[in-house]
Design a protein around this ligand. Structure first.
Ligand SMILES: Cc1ncc(COP(=O)(O)O)c(C=O)c1O
Length: 424
């Protein structure tokens, strides 16, 4: 009789009786906070909850400023614009990331230069960054991917040497720390996503963090149709702006609503405790996974003083599983555990959602630019190996339960290993 859940056997985890933690989470305070906004009538336009969240988020990240923005895609776009980057410039981004990291560069008419990642962290490879620098290179966007953190010491050293801006894509790293400094406070600007699956969320949203006053003023203006930052960022005190006409800058509307801010305030209060639970569970399960044949935990750099896990991932080696393909391994594990298990992002030189050449009317600024933005011109062997042979990724909710959940994860992998013949 078959043992594996894939083949009708009893799963390691019965999700009907033992469901995984749900996401998103909320409580009475969220309900009250939403009703406060509803009754106030100040639903949007630099509302009081937004101002309160911005202050709390800046304090949490450890920057002088935080600005709420519509999502974690336009945050990147505005960050690049605030740095004065545009047509003819090049920006270095990792080949293994969500498409927005590169698409934002494309949308400000600059050239995204895709580079490979480190195989043990899946984050941008500093040596590849250095190799890709050319006279028009203006910035680098390290992405702190899933549970890992880019080597910020190496990135900052390269950036200083070559006078590059550093925009940290922290869409996966709300609260993670490098040598005691939070992600988003290390480079020139931090960019956060608050989309539904992220570590704090009001459904959609994003934020920018910086301690550079000049960048802050530009970022805030770019977010708000080019208006100068308000003296009091509170609609109930009047939506006045300061600065003279000449100070305005061309831009669009990337604001959030006060309903979003209301949920973000509550979510931020819960984040440190949730991060601690995920951090402890990840540390525990990684110590067990390191003992299993064919499973390699992600490398945890000692300089990463606090973990933050948007995903929990590890590396799979099929030779220890009689050459069972990683896609089949993920499927079998999914059946044992009853939760979605995904590969990494598709490398951006072969990603179905990163296709600059589908829009000639927008991106064909010149023949040269057109050739430069062709993602297939980049070689990303490590990204491809991770995506097609190694990656096993869980949503962060699997880390939000108890230690026994981690033991089940290990048990499920062992079960597949011991019964792999059923899948061959
Ligand atoms: C690494 C990374 N950067 C940027 C984004 C874009 O964020 P948003 O979905 O809020 O636009 C995401 C979203 O998944 C992401 O994972």
């Amino acid at each position: 009789m078959s043992k594996l859940a894939m083949n009708g056997g009893k799963p390691v985890r019965e999700v009907k009786t033992n469901p995984w933690p749900k996401w998103p989470v909320w409580d009475k305070n969220d309900e009250k906070s939403l009703l406060d906004v509803l009754h106030s009538g100040v639903w949007s336009y630099n509302g009081p909850k937004e101002a309160k969240f911005n202050k709390a988020f800046a304090e949490f990240i450890g920057t002088d400023y935080a600005i709420s923005v519509a999502n974690g895609t336009v945050t990147l776009q505005l960050a690049l614009e605030a740095c004065g980057i545009g047509l003819g410039d090049e920006v270095i981004v990792p080949g293994l990331t969500w498409q927005a990291t590169a698409a934002s560069v494309l949308d400000i008419n600059a050239v995204p230069v895709l580079v490979d990642v480190c195989e043990d962290t899946w984050c941008i490879d500093p040596a590849a960054v250095e190799k890709a620098i050319r006279p028009r290179t203006k910035a680098v966007i390290p992405v702190h991917l899933y549970g890992c953190m880019a080597d910020m010491d190496a990135i900052l050293a390269i950036a200083r040497k070559h006078k590059l801006r550093v925009i940290e894509d922290c869409a996966h790293k709300h609260g993670g720390e490098w040598k005691g400094k939070k992600a988003g406070s290390i480079g020139d600007i931090g960019s956060f996503s608050f989309q539904l699956s992220k570590l704090i969320t009001p459904g959609e949203g994003g934020a920018l963090t910086t301690s550079d006053g000049q960048l802050y003023e530009k970022l805030d203006a770019l977010r708000n149709c080019g208006r100068r930052p308000e003296k009091e960022a509170c609609a109930d005190k009047g939506a006045g702006v300061y600065g003279s006409e000449g100070d305005f800058i061309q831009s669009g509307n990337y604001r959030i609503t006060d309903f979003q801010a209301a949920l973000l305030i509550e979510a931020l209060k819960r984040l440190p405790e949730q991060n601690q639970i995920r951090h402890e569970n990840a540390t525990y399960v990684n110590s067990l996974l390191s003992e299993l044949p064919g499973i390699q935990p992600m490398q945890r750099d000692e300089r990463e003083t606090m973990g933050a896990y948007y995903n929990f991932s590890f590396r799979y080696n099929k030779t220890e599983f009689k050459n069972l393909d990683v896609a089949m391994f993920r499927k079998a594990l999914e059946k044992e555990l009853g939760c979605p298990i995904e590969p990494s992002y598709e490398p951006l030189n072969a990603c179905s959602l990163y296709t600059p050449h589908t829009k000639p009317w927008r991106h064909k600024l010149s023949e040269e630019h057109w050739n430069q933005i062709d993602p297939t011109r980049f070689d990303l062997p490590v990204c491809h190996r991770i995506f097609s042979e190694e990656s096993v990724c869980f949503h962060h909710t699997v880390l939000m339960g108890v230690k026994a959940d981690m033991d089940l994860m290990v048990k499920a992998i062992e079960k597949i290993h011991d019964n792999v013949d059923e899948l061959l």
